[in-house]
Design a protein around this ligand. Structure first.
Ligand code: PMP
Length: 432
């Protein structure tokens, strides 16, 4: 094109307005740091132990058995998977479900969340988020034009010198009620909660449900850690409370459920009235999830349905194993003076590092919250990766919650032992 001026480089702004202010992401930075420096990575939330044999076998079978499993399947969910999910959730919720309209399969729980925000949130809508929260809630709702309204879980000191538990972090009922208004479109509930591991009690869920019904508000219920509850606690599904089925989307993840986070198979369960809009987003974004992975997850659920509540069930065995690992990490942290907040669920544990402030004087100073600087220092200098808790707070609240870091304990025993060795060595260095 000889007539074109030589500088044909684009000069106009290319970024859509909806991306303003949401381009930074803590995971990119910390995943890179952990990969570069850490010897032991208890940062990002994924198991380093294998997915169960029955699931791996199911995938191998799916790959070899039927060549049509390499092709497209039904866009809203592979029929065997939506059928077995419907059967499973009928049992859990005590209501009849139609696999074709009450269940939709997504690319991990992450895409289920994306579908919810795109489908329900308009410019100017407010969405209540309980802090601390899984960070993508805020950015995803902002991308849809919504405004987050934060309400904190407030810690209460435990009595009698007991260790703090995630149950000691509670909502203030009056404060929660004050956040609901005519502009509130939805509340995001995450129980068991990432990062604290809090399992919301029936009383707390009833309070949230009452407010949702009173103000005619939707509930986006992220339940990806539904099977990971400890010490005999029970995960209660808010959709089973009076008035809530009609206004709740339940979100789940095969990644968390079957220790296979890389498969990225997730689902939504809810009334057709809500799911029909999720289907619109799904079919106009990803449209489809890998068929073989869906087939293998379907077989995993068929096994679990047969073994429901029995000792051989993975959903019984996994939490038992993880509770033991949680307790190992609690002991390691206590031994060096980090105060663990004992989680009732999930595979995360938050530890208080305030006593380390005087012991680690060489943490560089900057405008970043202390826990960011501490976590980066720990990865680089001790080879142990964890995530700063303030990453799970909104911008205005980060600095007031910067004395904690989050560890993931869904790890091989050898990994937890290696973490313990680093901590013990660190303690000796501190005292010598
Ligand atoms: N919700 C929460 C609370 C999570 O912690 C995660 C993963 N860390 C997800 C959703 C996303 O799950 P998935 O890997 O199935 O997309």
């Amino acid at each position: 094109f000889p007539s074109l001026p030589f500088q044909a480089k684009m000069s106009r702004p290319v970024q859509a307005r909806r991306l303003e202010g949401i381009d930074k992401n803590i995971w990119v930075e910390f995943v890179k740091l952990a990969a570069t420096y850490s010897k032991v990575n208890l940062g990002q939330g994924f198991p380093d132990f294998p997915a169960p044999d029955f699931l791996q076998e199911a995938l191998r079978r799916a790959l070899g058995e039927n060549h049509m499993l390499h092709q497209y399947t039904r866009g809203f969910g592979h029929p065997p998977l939506v059928k077995v999910l419907a059967q499973f959730f009928e049992k859990l919720l005590g209501r009849e479900l139609d696999p074709m309209t009450n269940v939709m399969v997504t690319v991990g729980a992450y895409q289920a969340l994306f579908c919810c925000f795109q489908a329900f949130v308009d410019e100017g809508d407010e969405v209540i988020v309980i802090e601390p929260f899984f960070d993508c809630y805020e950015t995803m709702m902002k991308m849809a034009g919504g405004t987050p309204v934060f309400v904190p879980l407030r810690p209460k000191a435990p009595k009698d010198g007991k260790l703090m538990s995630s149950a000691d972090w509670q909502l203030d009922p009056a404060e929660l009620a004050s956040k609901f208004s005519a502009r509130t479109k939805a509340i995001v509930l995450n129980s068991p909660n990432n990062p604290l591991g809090k399992v919301f009690s029936r009383g707390e869920l009833e309070l949230i449900a009452e407010l949702c019904v009173k103000h005619d508000v939707l509930c986006i219920s992220d339940e990806v850690y539904e099977w990971l509850v400890y010490d005999g606690r029970q995960h209660i599904r808010i959709a089973s409370l009076p008035g809530m089925w009609d206004r709740t989307v339940i979100i789940g993840s095969a990644g968390k459920t079957f220790s296979a986070t890389g498969w990225k198979v997730g689902w939504t369960v809810g009334p057709d009235r809500l799911l029909q809009h999720l289907r619109t987003v799904h079919q106009n974004s990803v449209y489809h999830c890998a068929t073989v992975a869906q087939e293998a997850v379907a077989q995993g659920f068929q096994r679990e349905l047969m073994l429901y509540g029995k000792p051989d069930s993975y959903f019984v065995q996994l939490p038992r194993e993880l509770q033991r690992k949680r307790d190992l990490l609690v002991q390691s942290l206590l031994a060096v003076g980090m105060k663990p907040i004992v989680p009732e669920g999930t595979y995360f544990l938050v530890a208080d590092i305030s006593e380390f402030k005087s012991d680690v004087p060489d943490v560089p100073s900057s405008d970043e919250p202390y826990d960011y600087r501490f976590a980066k220092w720990m990865i680089k200098n001790k080879g142990l990766a964890a995530i700063p808790l303030s990453a799970f707070y909104s911008e205005g609240h980060k600095n007031s919650h910067s004395n904690f870091i989050r560890f993931c304990f869904a790890k091989e025993e050898a990994t937890l032992k290696a973490a313990n060795d680093i901590l013990q060595k660190w303690k000796q260095e501190k005292t010598s």
